[in-house]
Design a protein around this ligand. Structure first.
Ligand code: SAH
Ligand code: SF4
Ligand code: F3S
Length: 440
């Protein structure tokens, strides 16, 4: 019987990938996708634990879903409610205590077992909790990835052994694990056969990907570039510590590797970088950026920043502003430090007052926004190859991504433009959240 599944995703791209894979796992059970929780027989919240706000969202959403679930039960139906992802991993028991109407709680490493969990939940008799870190990697049990559209994520690496003092990921995702080169290349070929033209390799430390016989990410990217149809390659998120010579060289040598790199630095202060346990200093980051730009002069960079890490002084913060001015970023994510349960930084003395975190964040974001705007403005008049992967918001428009991840929209009507195609566009205007182009 046809059943409807609705997956709501929070957090990072790994979660976006996992959500799609959970739908793939449940498809053989007859689940097709629902437009919203209202008409779903099963709802999965795929959650994020990275900051307090992200985690709290889950409980308010559960309150809303409980009403839908009750209404469905009253009309003789059933809605299975599952909580997956990083909040589930970190607070599984707590979820079942605070929200006993939840049927399934599962961590990021056990979703290949979903069919069995659904069967158990359907037989009623209490909730199912599975937040193990199983010995068998889930990837070995997942069905073939169904592609949607011309751009796809491909998860190659998971977990983190870096233990930055502020971060929950090593606890929610587990130890670093790399999939085999053969498995990754097979998945990429499958995606290409379904019409995918851009692949973004994903990992919490994607450039820490390694495999037997000396495989590292640079070599994997070169092998991917040989696959017919894979015209664009990206990878995210990289750790500065894992950026090796071969990967830097790939930026010079592989034209299909896009000239855009997300390389989070978090802070520009040596003292704070050390307290964060990032494993590199400011000079090392600046050197790395220089080497990358030597390899690929066209390279644009993006980063994550945290303001108000414990002990951060005005002068530490000024070091961050200075680093931002030196490097110049085209796209960024910046956050106030959020103390997370179980992490060392949460227990550090000298927590920074909320108001100071906010003030610094506002200053930093103003500078970063100016940089993004200046970069966007510098694109006017340039020709770029844009992957048109979505219909635009307005009728008769297509929306795509530039090599630098900027959204670009273009009016249809030219025979050279087709959904899923890569078009050569000349950028004509900058809008607040996108660029506009015409066929070049
Ligand atoms: N593996 C990546 C980042 C993963 S988490 C890396 O090492 O860079 C994504 C981002 O969330 C981080 O880069 C960081 O900027 C932010 N973040 C993580 N923990 C945080 C916390 N406790 N408070 C505020 N921001 C946090
Ligand atoms: Fe978190 Fe640091 Fe690991 Fe990134 S490298 S996931 S910030 S612990
Ligand atoms: Fe969030 Fe987990 Fe990703 S905590 S950022 S969903 S790895």
């Amino acid at each position: 019987m046809a059943k409807r599944l609705f997956v709501k995703t929070y957090g990072c791209q790994m979660n976006v990938y996992d959500s799609a894979r959970m739908a793939d796992v449940l498809a053989p059970l007859g689940y097709t996708s629902a437009d919203g929780a209202e008409d779903a027989d099963m709802v999965i919240l795929n959650t994020c634990h990275i900051r307090e706000k992200a985690a709290e969202k889950v409980f308010s959403e559960l309150g809303r879903l409980r009403k839908l679930q009750a209404a469905k039960a009253e009309s003789g139906g059933r809605m299975i409610l599952a909580v997956a992802g990083c909040v589930a991993q970190a607070e599984g028991e707590e979820i079942l205590r605070r929200a006993p109407f939840v049927d399934i709680v599962l961590g990021p490493q056990t979703y290949h077992r979903l069919p069995e969990m659904v069967a158990r939940a359907s037989r009623a008799g209490g909730a199912v909790l599975d937040t193990e870190f199983p010995l068998e990697p889930k990837f070995d049990f997942l069905p073939e990835t169904r592609a949607e559209g011309s751009s796809a994520f491909l998860s190659v690496q998971e977990g983190c052994d870096k233990f930055c003092t502020f971060c929950v990921v090593p606890y929610t995702r587990g130890a670093e694990y790399s999939r085999s080169a053969a498995a990754v290349l097979a998945e990429a070929r499958g995606l290409a056969a379904q019409g995918v033209r851009e692949i973004t390799l994903l990992g919490q430390n994607v450039n820490g990907w390694r495999h037997d016989d000396g495989w590292t990410l640079g070599r994997l990217i070169r092998a991917l570039a040989e696959i017919d149809g894979v015209e664009r390659i990206r990878y995210t998120t990289s750790h500065p510590r894992d950026m090796d010579d071969d990967l830097i060289a790939a930026h010079a040598e592989v034209p299909r590797l896009m000239p855009f790199l997300h390389l989070p630095v978090q802070s520009g202060s040596d003292r704070i970088l050390q307290a964060m346990n990032r494993g590199h200093d400011r000079a090392a980051y600046l050197r790395l950026v220089d080497r990358l730009k030597q390899a690929q002069p066209d390279l644009a960079l993006s980063s994550d920043f945290i303001t108000g890490f414990p002990g951060e002084t005005d002068s530490d913060f000024e070091d961050t502003m200075d680093l931002v001015r030196r490097v110049g970023f085209v796209q960024t994510y910046s956050f106030k430090y959020s103390p997370r349960p179980g992490t060392p930084a949460a227990l550090m003395p000298n927590q920074v007052p909320e108001a100071v975190k906010e003030e610094r964040l506002a200053q930093l974001q103003a500078l970063l926004l100016r940089q993004t705007e200046a970069f966007n403005q510098s694109c006017v008049g340039r020709e770029m190859r844009v992957l048109l992967d979505r219909p635009g918001r307005h009728q008769g428009q297509l929306l795509g991504r530039s090599p630098y991840m900027q959204p670009v929209h273009v009016r249809m009507g030219d025979s050279s433009l087709a959904l899923g195609g890569i078009a050569r566009l000349r950028i004509t205007r900058v809008h607040p959240n996108s660029l506009e182009g015409i066929p070049a």
